[in-house]
Design a protein around this ligand. Structure first.
Ligand code: CP
Ligand code: NVA
Length: 330
């Protein structure tokens, strides 16, 4: 217990910042690095943390479908000695329809020690966080996917040790996955490229923050529409679906617009000799990535999926661990 308590105190990285995980933009480079380090530590000593969140309960409220996020948060809580309760709203009206988002938060905080939410509107997660007295974790919104980017960058840190100075290219729609990846990778000093067709570039505010972060860390941010230029000597190529959840009716239109942005063997041949292929999953083989690439030797997609568990255990331990009166939860 004493060791667990000591570890718990060591993990309280946050000082004055909010005790939620809404955006990785809220973390400084050192804080982000600390979460990744804790994730690696927890992964290396899984039994050592089996009581860390004993008696703690997590609410999981999802407006959209999920495999990885749902399983890894649930299993993560169990691994840490706690439990999770899942509310599937994917077939129901969006949050705020049956009762206000605030009322939902004020209920959930009475029964649980933290909330993971997956929403359409990013505003819904922000409102949950503003209303709830317990930590709120963004399990994907239309704007951001921070837990994914934690696992993505953790996987690269594990693989390369130092990620600063490496070239990471996101190809496709400037979406939630892209936004959080760009945010995290520039904070880690990477040379980040986004290759997107006109009209599908990342959010301008995310780009501005990425440029500012890169200036601080020695990384860089480049937007291009030239795929082969972006892929040249890349250390990692990342792609995601062309139509995200909620954009299903645009699937055909997007397939035509993005058809030149598919990651094929020819694209991967332009990368550095140890270049890797990344995808958050689920993937559409034959669309944003060829079967040969995603199922080939350069693909690290399942390493990333595995690390969703460890990265989120770090987030849970850091946000839900500790006792508020000891300053452990803030
Ligand atoms: N990558 C990811 O978030 O997967 P799910 O949508 O299955 O949770
Ligand atoms: N951009 C995708 C990510 C799924 C994990 C979506 O929002 O559907």
């Amino acid at each position: 217990l004493h060791t667990a308590y000591r570890r718990q105190r060591q993990m309280c990285i946050r000082d004055s910042s909010t005790p939620d995980l809404i955006s990785l933009g809220d973390l400084g480079p050192a804080e982000l690095r600390r979460v990744i380090d804790v994730a690696c530590e927890i992964k290396a000593d899984q039994l050592g943390y089996s009581d860390f969140l004993k008696g703690k309960r997590l609410a999981m409220v999802f407006e959209k479908e999920s495999l990885r996020t749902r399983f890894t948060f649930d299993i993560g809580m169990q691994d840490l000695g706690g439990s999770a309760v899942f509310l599937d709203l994917s077939q129901a009206a969006r949050m705020g329809a049956r009762e206000s988002v605030r009322d939902m938060a004020k209920n959930l905080e009475r029964w649980t020690h933290g909330i993971v939410a997956r929403t359409y509107r990013h505003r819904t997660i922000v409102e949950l966080a503003q209303s709830a007295e317990v930590p709120v974790i963004n399990g994907l919104s239309d704007l951001l996917h921070p837990c994914q980017a934690l696992a993505d960058t953790m996987t690269l840190v594990e693989r390369w040790g130092t990620v600063a100075g490496r070239k990471l290219v996101f190809v496709g729609d400037g979406n939630n996955t892209c936004h959080s990846l760009v945010t995290a990778a520039t904070k880690l000093g990477m040379n980040v490229f986004v290759c997107a067709p006109e009209g599908y570039e990342p959010d301008a505010e995310i780009e501005r923050a990425a440029i500012a972060a890169a200036a601080e860390t020695g990384g860089s941010y480049t937007l291009t529409s030239d795929l082969m230029e972006a892929a040249d000597q890349a250390d990692a190529i990342y792609t995601d679906v062309w139509a995200s959840m909620g954009q299903e009716e645009e699937t055909e239109e997007r397939a035509a617009i993005f058809s030149d942005y598919s990651i094929t063997e020819a694209v991967m041949e332009a990368t550095s000799p140890d270049g890797v292929f990344m995808h958050c999953l689920p993937a559409h083989r034959g669309h944003e990535v060829s079967r040969g690439v995603i199922d080939g030797p350069q693909s690290i997609v399942f390493d990333i999926a595995e690390n969703r568990l460890h990265a989120q255990k770090a987030v849970l331990a850091m946000l839900l661990g500790g006792d508020k009166t000891e300053g452990g939860n803030a």
